[in-house]
Ligand binder design. Structure first.
Ligand code: NAP
Ligand code: NAD
Length: 329
């Protein structure tokens, strides 16, 4: 099936497989097997991040797959992301090199600014993966570290190329969780334009204008949390619990039945058919296979529009919303 997954050409000239395997909330102890299993199932694109705290284990899975002859490095597209407390240029560079070391790779295919939020620096010896919090009491990290995004972007640009010296350690760079205004701003100063914009995108949060702006700007869009509330139930997110699961919405179920597919595949196809990259995460082998198989059928234009009509501007991954945490800002 790997051969049947379309690849999209990025503005960097490199190609991204349109279906990838997401690593958020994949427990570190199970990540090597999950990544190996995904590659064996046919995935060639793995979406990781420093903040997921499982890069070293993901790298083990990748290297095992290569050692077993399933793939070569060149077949794979590996993404990592710069965490918020590392936005200072020297830290951004250091994190890229640390991620390369953790994965055991000589280059990353894509390095994204994970959020347009520079939180205060936390020394890794104090907290290795600080997420949004400074301590076990869940005190929110100070979100104003006084590092402009332009400074961080210049550090990423320097990782892509070192003309006449060497190929950079990063093939393509991009951003995540940016809105249209931030994207426009970035495009005013970027010497290397962002290749990818990765954002929350599902029928409850379709963000059609943002997708259009990215498209017109030559920036490929990757959708995360394509199953909407599903990923956030285990986090106790009250907004996720308050809406019908997308896979149980009658419209989605009816379209799935019409095509002899699962609701999950319909939700993914709603993205891939519109030229959007998807990175579904699953810990279950059967779903891992099912999710990869989301490009080999076509929805009708009316079906795409009907699914888009479910939009309610409902964002689940919103760092501005806290649930009972103490906030120190
Ligand atoms: P997701 O892929 O939309 O959904 C994963 C959830 O759906 C899990 O609960 C999984 O459960 C379930 N699931 C997976 N396949 C299924 C299927 N075929 N049928 C029924 N249920 C299924 O959520 P996500 O992990 O939040 O998003 C995908 C990836 O996007 C992440 O892993 C991460 O790589 C990336 N992401 C990026 C950002 C960002 O800020 N840039 C934010 C969020 C996510 P099981 O595991 O039990 O199957
Ligand atoms: P998701 O929609 O892929 O998963 C949501 C939940 O749905 C998961 O817990 C999974 O168990 C369940 N699920 C998956 N497939 C299913 C199916 N077919 N049927 C029923 N349930 C199913 O969303 P996600 O995990 O939030 O994101 C996926 C990936 O996106 C992440 O692993 C990560 O790589 C990336 N991500 C990036 C960011 C970021 O800030 N850049 C944030 C979140 C996620």
């Amino acid at each position: 099936i790997a051969a049947s997954i379309p690849r999209l050409k990025l503005s960097s000239g490199h190609y991204i497989p349109q279906v990838g395997f997401g690593l958020w909330k994949v427990p570190a102890a199970q990540t090597a097997d999950a990544v190996y299993g995904a590659i064996k199932a046919g995935y060639r694109h793995i979406d990781g991040a420093y903040g997921y705290a499982n890069s070293a284990e993901a790298g083990q899975g990748v290297r095992r797959a290569i050692a077993h002859g399933l793939v070569s490095r060149d077949d794979l597209f590996i993404t990592s992301k710069l965490w918020n407390n590392h936005h200072a240029p020297a830290h951004a560079t250091r994190m890229a090199n640390e991620e390369l070391g953790a994965w055991g790779l000589d280059h990353l295919d894509l390095y994204l600014i994970h959020f347009p939020i520079a939180t205060q620096w936390v020394d890794p010896s104090v907290s290795r993966f600080p997420s949004w919090h400074a301590d076990a009491a869940k005190t929110r990290l100070h979100p104003r570290a006084r590092v402009p995004l332009a400074d961080t972007w210049r550090a990423l640009e320097a990782l892509v190329d070192a003309p006449g010296v060497r190929a950079g350690p990063v093939r393509s760079i991009g951003v995540s969780n940016f809105d249209a205004q931030l994207l426009y701003d970035l495009l005013t100063y970027a010497r290397v334009p962002p290749a990818v914009l990765q954002v929350e995108h599902h029928p409850y949060l379709a963000q059609p204008q943002l997708v259009a702006v990215a498209r017109e700007s030559g920036v490929a869009v990757t959708a995360y949390s394509t199953f909407g509330p599903q990923s956030f139930l285990e986090l106790g997110n009250p907004r996720a619990a308050a809406v019908p699961p997308l896979m149980e919405v009658p419209l989605v179920k009816a379209i799935a039945a019409r095509h002899g597919r699962t609701p999950g595949q319909v939700l993914l196809r709603w993205c891939t058919q519109r030229g959007i990259v998807v990175i579904p995460k699953s810990m279950r082998a059967e779903r891992v296979r099912e999710n990869l198989d989301c490009c080999g059928f076509d929805l009708e234009a009316g079906e795409l529009d009907a699914i888009s009509g479910l939009d309610r501007g409902l964002r689940f991954n919103d760092p501005g919303v806290t649930h009972g945490e103490s906030v120190r800002i």
